[in-house]
Design a protein around this ligand. Structure first.
Ligand SMILES: *[C@@H]1O[C@H](CO)[C@@H](O)[C@H](O)[C@H]1NC(C)=O
Ligand SMILES: *[C@@H]1O[C@H](CO)[C@@H](O)[C@H](O)[C@H]1NC(C)=O
Ligand SMILES: *[C@@H]1O[C@H](CO)[C@@H](O)[C@H](O)[C@H]1NC(C)=O
Ligand SMILES: *[C@@H]1O[C@H](CO)[C@@H](O)[C@H](O)[C@H]1NC(C)=O
Length: 184
């Protein structure tokens, strides 16, 4: 009896201490992977016992071990993108194209203020393009084509001076891209 108790206590201790060892970006990715369903050939490598997520499949980091890219294109990913995405504050590149991801774009994506390239094309995403994406001041390339987005294209997107490429076709969107943004 006593042995079992201590064994459990030890396990609990190990679990707590490993999760404290993991970087905040790693914890955000693990939280994200609870709703974003990764196939086993990717997930196999996303281990909560690593100190950083920098060697995980699809993850790229800067010299300070902060996550700057997540590229899981054409990887049989399904499920949906949770609000935890907004905790990846240093992310510059997010590519989840050509998967089976459904649901909405979380408002919290607007918190990824370093984002330069966003590609969610060729998925099953729906709902509006959130106006909070106007907060992505460094965004230069936005690909949302071939999804099921509807509603109006938010004007806020085009207040952003670096935005160069916008691909929104293959959705049920209304509104327009300002003419000044069509000619480069
Ligand atoms: C995960 O897989 C990639 C590519 O297969 C490899 O480069 C990397 O070292 C692996 N990471 C870990 C923690 O095993
Ligand atoms: C999406 O899911 C369907 C049904 O499970 C599957 O046939 C298809 O290959 C998947 N597509 C991608 C891009 O993963
Ligand atoms: C993150 O985004 C949400 C929804 O847009 C917003 O309410 C919240 O204030 C943001 N948090 C931070 C820390 O920027
Ligand atoms: C967008 O589609 C959803 C269902 O997917 C619907 O409830 C909503 O009313 C639609 N919005 C617009 C503006 O068409």
């Amino acid at each position: 009896m006593k042995l079992v108790f201590w064994h459990r206590f030890f396990l609990l201790f190990v679990l707590v201490s490993t999760s404290q060892g993991m970087s905040s970006d790693g914890l955000a990715l693990l939280a994200l992977s609870k709703t974003l369903i990764l196939p086993s050939f990717i997930r196999t490598n996303w281990s909560g016992s690593d100190a950083t997520p920098c060697t995980w499949n699809g993850v790229g980091c800067n010299g300070r071990n902060r996550v700057i890219s997540l590229d899981l294109s054409s990887s049989e990913v399904s499920g949906f993108i949770g609000p935890e995405i907004g905790r990846l504050k240093y992310m510059q590149v997010l590519i989840l194209s050509a998967n089976n991801i459904s649901g909405l774009i979380p408002l919290e994506l607007g918190n990824c203020s370093m984002l330069e390239q966003l590609d969610l094309s060729q998925n099953l995403l729906s709902g509006n393009i959130p106006a909070s994406m106007g907060s992505l001041k460094k965004l230069s390339s936005l690909s949302l084509y071939y999804n099921s987005f509807n509603g109006t294209i938010p004007e806020e997107l085009f207040k952003n001076q670096f935005l160069e490429q916008v691909y929104l076709h293959g959705n049920q969107l209304s509104g327009s891209i300002p003419p000044s943004r069509l000619v480069k």
